[in-house]
Design a binder for this molecule. Structure first.
Ligand code: HEM
Length: 182
């Protein structure tokens, strides 16, 4: 997993739970870098999972809740960090529909070693979009948080439902989104 996700995660932990908690989280995990990630490096994604599990113990929050809240935060950082990737996008459903064939394609050009999930989508009505997330890393909670961050970015109200199609490990998850016209 790319270092940018790690650096934003550590920033998120610090900003949300304070420097002490974030230091405790780092020092009690077995990390290849000792917690010193660089944005352009690539690291084992299990290190971020290890840190989230530790953060959950330290803060008494559930892991899925932490992943979603981190995903929400991450969307803001990614969209601000790569403004050209979403410059001509007008609404959240348009953005969601171009993740697979545009956004993550550009990410792959920037970082050829990126480990990206696979998405397929279908519009089932003018205000209804279905999205299928597939990834062996099982980060559907992170995907859900990113989606919520995306709706927030465009100031839209979207009702999100999800169904885990995998044996409970979040590797294949269907999201159904219904936009509440504003
Ligand atoms: C709602 C929009 C988006 C969703 C749902 C989404 C979803 C995801 C998920 C779930 C991952 C984790 C990898 C995995 O699950 O296998 C990921 C990785 C990533 N995404 Fe997206 N993404 C979105 C938008 C963006 C945007 C706007 C950028 C801007 C550059 C971006 C850049 C990246 C990068 C750099 C990674 C890390 C790749 C790696 O770790 O090797 N994504 N994305």
């Amino acid at each position: 997993m790319k270092g940018i996700v790690f650096t934003v995660f550590i920033e998120y932990a610090e900003a949300t739970f304070g420097g002490l908690v974030s230091e405790q989280m780092i020092s009690s995990c077995d990390l290849s870098t000792g917690g010193a990630y660089t944005a352009v490096g690539t690291y084992d994604h299990r290190e971020i999972v290890q840190m989230i599990v530790k953060l959950s113990e330290l803060t008494d929050r559930e892991v899925p809740e932490l992943l979603k809240s981190f995903g929400f935060h991450l969307f803001g950082k990614l969209s601000a960090g790569y403004p050209e990737l979403i410059a001509n996008v007008n609404d959240s459903f348009e953005l969601v529909s171009i993740i697979e064939n545009h956004i993550h394609v550009e990410v792959r050009k920037l970082y050829p070693d990126a480990s990206l999930p696979s998405f397929s989508h279908e519009f089932t009505g003018p205000d209804e979009l279905h999205l299928l997330y597939e990834s062996e890393r099982g980060l559907a909670d992170l995907a859900e948080g990113l989606l919520m961050g995306c709706f927030d970015h465009f100031g839209e109200e979207v009702v999100l439902e999800r169904e885990d199609l995998s044996p409970g490990d979040g590797t294949r998850v269907a999201f159904k989104m219904r936009r509440v016209p504003g």
